[in-house]
Write a protein that binds this ligand. Structure first.
Ligand code: HC3
Length: 372
C-alpha cells in the first residue's frame, strides 16, 4: 500500500520512486538484451529464404517470437513483474547460444548511458550472416488516478541479413504495467510499431490487451505491405504474441487462416554465460552477485548496503571524470550521427531518425579479452 501511495503521489518518474525490496528483481536490464535471440533458429531463418516476401514473413515470425521472452518471461518464473536492477554505466553482459544447426550466436550488451539509462547490444551469427544491433531506454510515466505505469521505449533494433544486403528497422513497442492494484503486476503492450525493410516491405503492428481485438491478453494484429507503397496489405497476422497466431493472405478472397507461430511449441535455448568467478568486475552477474543473493533471500539490509556500495563507487568515478575533464569510454559501442542505410529505412518507414545512434563496434569486441 505504501508503494502504491508513493506511485500515486509521484511526479511521474520511476527513477524517483524507491520500489520496496520485495518488488526488486535480481536481474539487471543489460541482461534483457538476450530476449532478442533465445530461439537462434528463428533468428537465422530469414537468411535461408530467397523470396523477399517469404523472408520478410520469417523476420516477422522471429520478431513475434521474441515478445514472449521480452515481456512475460519474468512473470512465469517469478509470478509477477519486478523492478529490474538499474545498470551502472559501463556494465556489460556477454553470452552465447551454441546449437547444432546454427552454431554460435553471440550477445554483447553494454550500459552506454546512465542518465538517461540506455542499454546497447549487438547479437551476431556469422555462420548465417545475421546481425542485430540496437539500443533502448525507457521514458516512464505514472498516472496517479489509475495507478498505471506507462513506458515509452526509446531506441530501435536493426537487423542485417548480409546475404541479401538487407536492413530491417524495428521500432520498440510502448507498454504499461497492469495488475498493480492486485499486487501481481504484468506487462501489456500497446500502440503501433513499424518494421521496415530496406527493400520496401513493411509491417505495421497494433498491440492490445484484453478486450480490444479478441478479449484475450497480449494480442496483436500485424499487416505486411509491399514495396509498391500500396495501402492494401498483402498478409494479416494476428493472435496472441505470448501464444498462438495465424496468417491470412489478404490478396485471396476468403483466404483461410493458417498457423503462423505457436509460442508453446517453440522452446527457448538457454544462453551460456561464463561462470561468475571468471567474469570481470563490470560484468552484470559478477557486479550484482551480492545484491542478487540478498534479493533471493529478501535480506533487505544487505540489498541496501550492497546497492549503495555500487552507487557510491559510480558517483566517485563520475566525480573523478569531471575533475579530469574526460568522459567515460564505452567499450563496445560508439555513437554515430550519420548512418546512410539507417536514414534510408527510417525515411521509408516515415519515422523521424534519432540524431545520433549507438552502433556496435564489433572490431573492439574482437580485439578485447575473450568474454565468452
Ligand atoms: C518497464 C520495465 C523496465 C524496462 C523493461 C524493458 C522495456 C527493457 C527492454 C527490454 O527489451 C524489454 C523490457 C521488458 C520489461 C520492461 C520492464 C517491466 C517493468 C519495468 C519497470 C521499470 C518496473 C516497474 C516496477 C513494478 C511495479 C512492476 O515492480
Amino acid at each position: 500500500m505504501t508503494f502504491l501511495k508513493s506511485l500515486a503521489s509521484s511526479k511521474g518518474d520511476i527513477a524517483s520512486i524507491t520500489a520496496p525490496p520485495f518488488i526488486l528483481s535480481s536481474t539487471s536490464l543489460t541482461e534483457f538484451s538476450k530476449f532478442w535471440s533465445e530461439q537462434p533458429d528463428l533468428f537465422v531463418a530469414p537468411s535461408m529464404i530467397v523470396d523477399p516476401e517469404e523472408r520478410a514473413l520469417a523476420v516477422y515470425r522471429w520478431f513475434i517470437a521474441t515478445l514472449k521472452g521480452q515481456y512475460t518471461s519474468r512473470n512465469e518464473k517469478l509470478g509477477s513483474e519486478k523492478k529490474p536492477l538499474n545498470p551502472f554505466l559501463g556494465e556489460c553482459f556477454f553470452g552465447k547460444w551454441v546449437t547444432d544447426d546454427e552454431g554460435e550466436t553471440i550477445l554483447v550488451s553494454e550500459q552506454v548511458s546512465h542518465h538517461p539509462p540506455v542499454t546497447a547490444y549487438g547479437i551476431f551469427n556469422d555462420l548465417y550472416g545475421v546481425e542485430l544491433e540496437g539500443y533502448n531506454g525507457q521514458k516512464v510515466s505514472v498516472s496517479a488516478s489509475t495507478l498505471t505505469i506507462s513506458v515509452r521505449q526509446v531506441g530501435h533494433a536493426l537487423l542485417r541479413i548480409s546475404k541479401f544486403d538487407e536492413l530491417y528497422y524495428i521500432q520498440l513497442p510502448s507498454l504499461h504495467i497492469e495488475g498493480l492494484f492486485y499486487g501481481a503486476p504484468y506487462v501489456e503492450l500497446e500502440g503501433k510499431t513499424v518494421i521496415q525493410c530496406s527493400n520496401g516491405y513493411k509491417f505495421v503492428t497494433e498491440y492490445s490487451g484484453k478486450g480490444y481485438f479478441s478479449g484475450k491478453k497480449n494480442t496483436f494484429k500485424g499487416k505486411l505491405y509491399g514495396p509498391d507503397n500500396s495501402s492494401t496489405s498483402l498478409y494479416t497476422i494476428q493472435g496472441q504474441w505470448s501464444g498462438k497466431s495465424t496468417i491470412r493472405n489478404d490478396s485471396v478472397k476468403k483466404s483461410a487462416e493458417q498457423p503462423f507461430y505457436d509460442a508453446s511449441e517453440h522452446p527457448v535455448v538457454p544462453l551460456t554465460v561464463k561462470p561468475i568467478a571468471e567474469q570481470a568486475e563490470y560484468e552484470s552477474n559478477r557486479a550484482w552477485e551480492k545484491v542478487a543473493a540478498a534479493v533471493s533471500v529478501m535480506d533487505y539490509d544487505t540489498i541496501h548496503v550492497e546497492k549503495s556500495k555500487i552507487e557510491n563507487a559510480q558517483r566517485a568515478l563520475r566525480k573523478q571524470e569531471q575533475d579530469e575533464n574526460r568522459e567515460w569510454q564505452r567499450l563496445y559501442f560508439e555513437q554515430v550521427d550519420d548512418e546512410g542505410k539507417y536514414l534510408q529505412v527510417t525515411k521509408l518507414a516515415g519515422v523521424e531518425p534519432d540524431s545520433k545512434i549507438w552502433r556496435f563496434n564489433r572490431r573492439a569486441f574482437e580485439a578485447g579479452p575473450d568474454k565468452l
